[in-house]
Design a protein around this ligand. Structure first.
Ligand code: ADP
Length: 340
């Protein structure tokens, strides 16, 4: 019983505790109760739901399953348990003399479920906004054309086109995340950091030129094992953020450095507005934005940094941000370099 991952305990029909395993003890038995000789159910639990289920087991002589939130000695927040209560029977005559409870801690499962529900809710909301706009402008343009009014149709179609581009970007980012979630395999090859940086920067150059920004690639590190297409995505997301959030005429740096004997650092540094400290810990969450309205206006999906974080983690590395309002931002990606 000691090696079972679930909490186990047995209690008689008169509510006297017969036994419990170490996991159950760690969850529910306070130090002060450990030496008590006749421990009863009420010394351990006060939850009415648990008592009801306990009585139902004795009445029906059948297993009961319940899901409840209970306070534990492990941490300060209540944890979710799936509890299975089964009659304890005497070997000789099968008479029920108590109940055995198996306490399965499902807090992590519940948390994952909540993250999934929130994600679907957020994604639906993000998709609905441009779709509503597309529908509205198409309906108006249709009506105008029916009435022989063509002056504004071009302008309306521009708005529709912008929103459709936004939808495509959103769906592409959602697909990237879903591919990373379901198949986190890396195609490792000897990657040339400067070659890949040049490619990404030249593709994003027109976007930077439109804001009169310059992008410089600096530093020198030897080729190392990484998934080129995924590092391309990391660079693309970080550099396009630096362009999007940076003001006109400023400089953006893509810097490669050796961070230690087995570490390569990629830094994307901008001279933009910076990010207040209180947002740093949440910045890499899906759909988290510092300024929701501004990010949407400039075409952000809210998923770019979540994708960067995911890619860095499957490389065995990490991404951090160093930034303060008015002082620009520096995103640092740390790649571990494997032997050989
Ligand atoms: P988005 O698509 O909104 O840019 P990201 O996940 O890429 O989503 O970024 C999350 C948020 O982090 C952005 O909405 C923005 O508020 C902030 N952010 C990201 N990069 C920068 C940057 N270089 N400078 C200032 N703020 C940034």
């Amino acid at each position: 019983m000691a090696s079972v991952q679930e909490g186990l305990f047995g209690v008689t029909s008169q509510e006297k505790v017969l036994f419990f395993n170490s996991r159950f003890g760690a969850y529910f038995i306070h130090q002060s109760l450990l030496n008590k000789t006749d421990l009863s159910l009420s010394d351990v639990f006060r939850k009415p739901q648990l008592y009801e289920a306990f009585r139902r087991v004795l009445e029906t002589k059948d297993t009961q399953k319940i899901t409840v939130k209970l306070n534990t000695l492990i941490d300060s927040q209540a944890r979710h348990f799936m509890i299975s209560l089964t009659p304890l029977r005497r070997a000789k005559d099968q008479e029920v003399y108590g109940v055995i409870g198996v306490f399965h801690d499902i807090t992590d499962i519940k948390l994952a479920e909540k993250i999934r529900i929130d994600f679907v809710e957020n994604a639906s909301h993000e998709l609905r906004t441009p779709l509503t706009s597309v529908k509205g402008y198409l309906d108006t343009a249709q009506e105008d054309i029916k009435n022989g009014q063509y002056q504004q149709a071009g302008q309306f179609l521009d708005i529709v086109s912008r929103n459709v581009t936004r939808l495509i970007e959103l769906v592409n980012d959602l697909l990237s995340l879903s591919t990373l979630d379901s198949n986190a395999e890396l195609k490792l090859e000897m990657m040339e950091p400067l070659v890949i940086s040049n490619q990404v920067v030249s593709e994003l150059a027109p976007m930077a030129a439109a804001k009169n920004q310059a992008i410089r690639i600096v530093g020198q590190v030897p080729p190392f094992l990484a998934d080129t297409s995924k590092v391309d995505q990391v660079l693309r997301n970080l550099v396009s953020n630096a362009i999007k959030y940076g003001p006109e005429g400023k400089m953006i740096q893509v810097r490669w450095e050796t961070g230690g004997p087995r570490t390569v650092l990629l830094k994307v540094i901008d001279e933009g507005p910076g990010i207040p400290e209180e947002h740093h810990s949440r910045l890499f969450e899906r759909f988290y934005r510092v300024d929701r309205g501004r990010s949407r206006d400039i075409g952000g999906t809210g998923l770019g940094l979540a994708i960067v974080k995911h890619i860095m983690e499957i490389h065995g590395g990490e991404v951090r941000v160093k930034s303060q309002p008015g002082q620009g931002s520096e995103f640092v990606c740390q790649f571990p370099v494997k032997n050989g």
